[in-house]
Design a protein around this ligand. Structure first.
Ligand code: SIN
Length: 527
């Protein structure tokens, strides 16, 4: 085992990982870890943009109001106020640092997305906002000599010191093919969500919930895991990538049509296609159930062709690759898992309940999204809370000289099973999560799924050997159980969590969060 020292470990290369690392680089040495490559993160795929109240006639107050409304009574207003107010500052700062957002007639161009009362979404490269932001921040990070980026490095576990402080991580270096321990005075988890535990997802392959799983094992509080946002308009592409058709396509006038060609959303909500995502997703599934097709249509053919190509180059080109011309043809779309609202519970400073451990971005639950995230608030959250994590670590470091203590060296368990079997379980997990813990849930399905998850977990516990697919699968099973148990407990429907037996919001659940911790939870976790 190789022992290495750094001041700060940051896990993840999306907006929150890069922005926290960039700032932490001002006060010490940073090691950024990613299990695949820099571009393998959800930020890379964010199309719509970054919501910020900077357009004329907009205000942080209106942005806050929209965010609270979308969150369906579960957001913490203090955290949301921080998000929208500090968001304005951080976005201005990003622009000052050189980030180029799209302009129209010499002014920043703001688009509209669902449940926003104003046009407030900044975008870059048309529909390539996340990619542009990630590239911009990567460029800055790479200029800092004291920030090391380690790709193909799988973080297996958090490591404690003798005072029970999180003081490092145990990793598998996939290039050197060796285990390593990084000792650090602070560990920041910014490793994104868990879209991959569902069959259809807009998220890349890496999103297997590793951050939540490792924090849970270490004793972190995990909150709101029953809330998984499904994006209504992902390309219907069975067996392939559920490529995102940005909400901004609907914001710019795209409409949804059923099998008969009818614009059905007008029947479901006054905001039609721009209703909250859970409303649109359920309406689509209802239309699908009453038709002979497993999808509905997205129609943008009435817009000027040149404008469509210039405004949505990524979507246009990707669809062309699938033989679809969005200028002339309707696009088949269906809901796909998109965003994990729950995660590692943090305070507004990005601190978890474990000393030495911080979290930001999608992996964290800062209480700003509640039961349903407002579109394009995620990149903003990444910026704001990554900066807060940096500020907190800086203050704590100034207040207390880092005193090193011995690490408790983790015991490496030998698990394993034939790869084929792992692949089968992963596939079945994704199908079952979609059917039994997806957009619409019921008690029987959730209970069956929980039994299945427990049974598969036992199977894995009993075997020997080590591999990355296995570590991911363990994390997926642990996170699956967190989602399902929380979904069973919440006997109401709120935001993205819809229970057939309890189809209405219940006031007794308002402001009530489900928080799970281990040990303390009745469940055994796969260690
Ligand atoms: C989109 O472009 O529709 C995604 C935006 C988001 O999920 O915030």
């Amino acid at each position: 085992m190789n022992y290495l020292k750094t001041d700060f470990v940051v896990m993840g290369t999306g907006i929150s990982g890069l922005y926290s690392a960039l700032n932490l680089g001002d006060i010490g040495n940073v090691t950024i870890l990613t299990k695949k490559h820099l571009e393998d993160c959800n930020t890379q795929h964010a199309q719509g943009g970054i919501a910020v109240a900077l357009s004329k006639g907009d205000s942080w107050f209106l942005h806050m109001k929209d965010t609270l409304e979308a969150g369906a009574g579960l957001c913490e207003s203090k955290s949301v106020e921080i998000l929208v107010k500090e968001g304005q500052k951080q976005v201005r700062k990003l622009i000052k640092m050189g980030m180029k957002f799209d302009h129209a007639k010499g002014e920043l161009d703001f688009t509209l997305e669902g449940a926003h009362s104003k046009r407030r979404i900044l975008h870059a490269g048309g529909d390539a906002t996340g990619k542009k932001v990630r590239e911009f921040l990567t460029g800055l990070v790479k200029k800092k000599k004291n920030i090391q980026i380690k790709e193909e490095t799988f973080v297996i576990d958090l490591v404690n010191d003798e005072n029970d402080k999180i003081a490092g991580v145990l990793v598998w270096d996939g290039i050197e093919k060796e285990y390593e321990i990084y000792q650090a005075s602070a560990v920041v988890i910014a490793s994104g969500g868990c879209g991959q535990i569902y069959e259809n997802t807009t998220n890349p392959d890496v999103t297997t919930g590793d951050g939540v799983a490792m924090a849970y094992k270490a004793g972190s509080e995990i909150m709101d895991m029953e809330f998984i946002q499904f994006h209504p308009t992902a390309l219907y592409n069975p067996g392939g990538l559920s490529f995102l058709i940005s909400e901004s396509v609907r914001g710019e006038g795209g409409v949804l049509r059923n099998e008969k060609g009818e614009r059905f959303m007008l029947r479901y909500h006054k905001l039609a296609e721009l209703a909250p995502r859970d409303v649109v997703s359920r309406a689509m599934l209802n239309e699908i159930e009453n038709s002979n097709k497993p999808y509905v249509w997205m129609d943008i053919t009435h817009l000027d062709s040149d404008y469509v190509v210039q405004r949505f180059p990524t979507i246009f080109n990707t669809l062309q690759g699938y033989g679809l011309d969005m200028r002339k043809e309707w696009i088949p779309v269906a809901p796909a898992a998109h965003y994990t609202m729950g995660g590692i519970k943090t305070d507004t400073f990005g601190r978890t309940n474990l000393p030495g451990l911080y979290a930001c971005g999608e992996v964290a639950c800062t209480d700003v999204h509640g039961a349903n995230r407002l579109a394009s608030n995620s990149l903003l959250e990444g910026l704001v809370f990554a900066y807060r994590v940096y500020q907190t670590i800086k203050i704590e470091r100034e207040a207390k000289e880092a005193n090193e203590s011995d690490l408790i060296v983790p015991y490496l368990k030998n698990y394993g099973m034939p790869s084929l079997k792992l692949g089968e379980i992963r596939k079945e997990l994704r199908t079952r999560m979609t059917e039994e813990a997806g957009v619409i849930r019921n008690e029987k399905g959730l209970k069956n799924l929980l039994d299945w998850l427990r049974e598969k977990s036992e199977l894995i516990c009993d075997t020997k050997n080590v591999n990355e697919d296995l570590w991911e699968l363990k994390n997926m099973l642990n996170v699956g159980k967190l989602i399902v148990k929380s979904a069973l407990l919440r006997e109401e429907s709120r935001g993205t969590h819809f229970r057939v037996e309890y189809p209405k919001q219940d006031s007794k659940w308002a402001y009530t969060h489900i928080i799970r911790t281990f040990p303390g939870d009745e469940e055994n976790v796969l260690e």
